[in-house]
Design a protein around this ligand. Structure first.
Ligand code: PMT
Length: 395
């Protein structure tokens, strides 16, 4: 038995050059034991043939509203009611717009509208198209409709440029599909903000103050929350990679911007986990022009707000981190009370292979009832340990 055994999965293929990847995705899903129905748009047929999918799935492919290929013969309704999951891959700008607005001129949107199953959308298009205001606002609508957006990934696009626009690779999509059926959903109906990465405090147009946070710890927490059913808003500073899917991303630069975005969102949330490395100070007078090196002898700083401490909504569960190089537990306990947190994840950043930039982290969970000392482990594993403790504070 696999997680996909006997699951009814619908694969919606739209007209992108990436449609060839969907043939492999179909094969991967069928090999896992799922019953796969494929729906294609007319333009998808310009890139791949129906018979590739019917050969792999042993099911007739739906391409129009009036084909009567299911028992009920109203194909989109019949397929929608049985579906455990709908995957739109590749999803073009056109299909994303139609899904966002519910324009059901062809059976893919009709099926999505008639179904209560979770939907994964894997965009594939030119990088500038994906970044356009229209596509981004439609993607936001899909997020708000609780759909999972997978990718797009960065790589060489059909136009020859190297940008975000490639459809998520089939193996990775299969992983995401498996996660939907495999994880415990103890954070279902929970809305959470996760912060990650490093804030940037500009000195002038070329220089800034920052730190070595890669964003990996925050990404691991946001993914764990997403997989356990939470709706995640991911507020992030500069990160080494930006590969997370299925969350609402809000990029920021400075600590002040991070604070403003968090305060805008906080009352719609139940939980905040702050793994971002926030600069404690910013430059007092930011220079509009590059400072000549002869004049750059010292910089005046002023204190940044303590974001966690300023969140005073008692309904919000607050989890902070403490990045310490000495007196780990003592300092973490001070932060637990000064920032009024439910939990502090204390990490000793002097340990080799742990903390900033590493794939692993060694932490102690510090809370009012005591301390749980954890061994060095993958950040993805630590993220789940943090959530196992955090869930106890959520009503
Ligand atoms: O990103 P990675 O490379 O994966 O590295 C992970 C990490 C080491 C950055 C992470 O595990 C970590 O320790 N993050 C917190 C870093 C930090 O800023 O620690 P701090 O002890 O200075 O701050 C304590 C807490 O207050 C943190 O939750 C921080 O987000 C928050 N804070 C800090 C300053 C500030 N002005 N406002 C805040 O809210």
């Amino acid at each position: 038995m696999t997680y996909l055994s006997n699951k009814n999965i619908v694969l919606c293929v739209t007209g992108s050059i990436a449609a060839y990847k969907s043939v492999y995705l179909a094969s991967l899903i069928v090999k896992e034991g799922a019953n796969l129905r494929v729906i294609m748009t007319e333009s998808a047929k310009e890139f791949v043939g129906e018979s590739s999918f019917s050969g792999i799935t042993h099911n007739e492919v739906i391409t129009g509203y009036y084909e009567g290929k299911t028992e009920l013969s109203i194909d989109h309704v019949s397929i929608a009611k049985e579906a455990d999951l709908i995957v739109v891959a590749p999803a073009t700008a056109n299909s994303i717009a139609k899904i966002a607005l519910g324009i059901s001129s062809e059976p893919i949107v009709g099926t999505i509208l008639a179904s209560k199953a979770p939907v994964i959308v894997a965009p594939a298009m030119d990088g500038d198209m994906f970044n356009s205001k229209q596509v981004q606002s439609n993607i936001k609508i899909l997020h708000d409709l609780d759909m999972i957006i997978s990718g797009p990934e960065k790589g060489r696009l059909a136009s020859g440029i190297n940008e975000y626009g490639r459809m998520t690779e089939p193996d990775k999509l299969l992983e995401e599909i498996n996660k939907i059926f495999s994880k415990k959903k103890d954070f279902e109906n929970i809305r959470a903000i996760v912060t990650a990465g490093a804030t940037i405090e500009s000195i002038d147009p070329v220089r800034f103050i920052s730190n070595w946070s890669s964003g990996k710890m925050g990404i691991a927490i946001a993914e764990a929350l997403r997989d356990r059913g939470a709706k995640v808003t991911f507020v992030h500073g500069r990160m080494d990679e930006n590969s997370i899917n299925g969350v609402k991303k809000i990029p920021v630069l400075s600590a002040i911007e991070m604070k403003d975005q968090i305060l805008k969102e906080i009352d719609n949330n139940d939980l905040i986990i702050m793994s971002a490395a926030v600069a404690d100070y910013r430059v007092k007078q930011k220079f509009e022009q590059k400072i000549k090196k002869e004049k750059l002898s010292s910089i005046d700083l002023e204190k940044n707000p303590d974001i966690l401490a300023e969140i005073d909504n008692k309904k919000i569960v607050k989890v902070g981190f403490a990045a310490e190089s000495e007196n780990l537990i003592e300092n973490a306990k001070k932060k637990l009370s000064s920032k009024d947190c439910n939990l502090i994840v204390a990490n000793d950043i002097t340990l080799e292979g742990s903390g900033f930039g590493s794939d692993n982290n060694k932490a102690t969970l510090v809370h009012k009832e005591g301390c749980d000392d954890l061994p060095l482990m993958k950040k993805s594993e630590l993220a789940h340990k943090i959530l196992d403790r955090t869930i106890e504070y959520i009503d």
